[in-house]
Each structure stands twice: as C-alpha cells, then as structure tokens.
Write a protein that binds this ligand. Structure first.
Ligand code: FES
Ligand code: FES
Length: 184
C-alpha cells in the first residue's frame, strides 16, 4: 500500500506517495522527476545509478526510497550551482570523460563522494574507488584523467599540450589497477 513520504533531494523536499518497497532509483526518476540518475544493470554492479545519501555513495537500484526518508540525497542534478557546472562536470567535458553519457552521472557522483572525503587521492586510489563504475564507451583513462584534473587543479586551464596529455595518459597507464583489464 502506498504511503506519503518526503524525500530531500539536493536540498529540496519532495512529497511523494509511493510503495514501501519502491526503489530509490525509480522514486528519483519517476516520482521526483529527476532522470539524471541512470539505470544500467539494476543489480548493483555497474554504478550507473550511484547517488550520495548522507555522504555515502549508494546504488539507487539497491536502495529503498523509504530508507532514505529524513536523509540528504544528492544526485547529479544538484552539482551545478548558480548555472555553473561543478569542477568534476567541467573536467569530464574538458578531458573527454564521456561519450554516450549513460554511466557519466554515476561516475561523477562516485568521484564526488571520494573527493568529499579525500580531496587529494593518489591515482591508484582514484582507480580503486572508481573501479565499481563501468563504462563501455570512453575507456577509463579519460575518466581517470578527468578526475585527476580536479585533484591536481587542472580544470579550466584550457586545452593541454597534446604531448603533455599523451605523457600523462602513459603515466596513468603504467600504474597498476587498470593495466590488465581495460583499454582506452
Ligand atoms: S543500475 Fe544500479 S548498479 Fe547498475
Ligand atoms: S560514456 Fe557511455 S557507458 Fe560510459
């Protein structure tokens, strides 16, 4: 049986009338009307539906909306402020961190959750953290390069010298995590 509840999403309260077993993913997309959070695998494997609840990264496809009542839910729609994209969003644009974009909201929310807790992760820490977010288009180096651009304060520097960029990609490639199982 449906019941009324209030979901706080990106600082705004939304009154919804939903079943107790309604998934957060469906509540966000269909009841709140925020379709930025994407559905990929539906079983907690791909990371496309990643959102942040009370500071913790969660898979919205495995989380009950009712369990989020009274909590602060952050989605991709809440990142831009006053018409300006979040640095992670700008980095993904500037460094080619996405193509089709299905995985991108989850990638960015995962990266945000990491940087909120640790603003200066190493490359390998970023790789490890982001390994739960799958992308079938871009290849992981540009995603990694995008996140590291934020960590290193390289966003908005303009197009980097291509030789420098290639050297950077090579150095990312040399570190361990993605060596054996990814390609650009
Ligand atoms: S759709 Fe939730 S983890 Fe894939
Ligand atoms: S940009 Fe297409 S799946 Fe990641």
């Amino acid at each position: 049986m449906k019941r009324d509840m209030v979901l706080n999403v990106n600082g705004e309260e939304h009154d919804v009338e939903i079943e107790p077993n309604r998934l957060l993913l469906d509540a966000l997309r269909e009841d709140v009307g925020l379709t930025g959070t994407k559905e990929g695998c539906s079983i907690g494997v791909c990371g496309a539906c990643s959102v942040i609840v009370d500071g913790r990264l969660v898979s919205a496809c495995l989380t009950l909306a009712a369990a989020c009542e009274g909590k602060q839910i952050e989605t991709i729609e809440g990142l831009a402020q006053d018409g300006e994209l979040h640095p992670l969003q700008r980095a993904f644009v500037q460094f080619g961190g996405f193509q089709c974009g299905i995985c991108t909201p989850g990638q960015i929310m995962a990266a945000k959750a990491l940087l909120d807790h640790n603003p200066n992760p190493t490359t390998d820490e970023v790789k490890e953290w982001m390994s739960a977010n799958l992308c079938r288009c871009t290849g992981y180096y540009k995603i990694l390069e995008s996140v590291m651009a934020v960590v290193e304060g390289k966003v908005d520097e303009g197009r980097r010298d291509e030789a420098v960029r290639q050297a950077r990609i090579q150095s990312l490639y040399q570190s361990d995590t993605y060596k054996s199982d990814t390609s650009e």
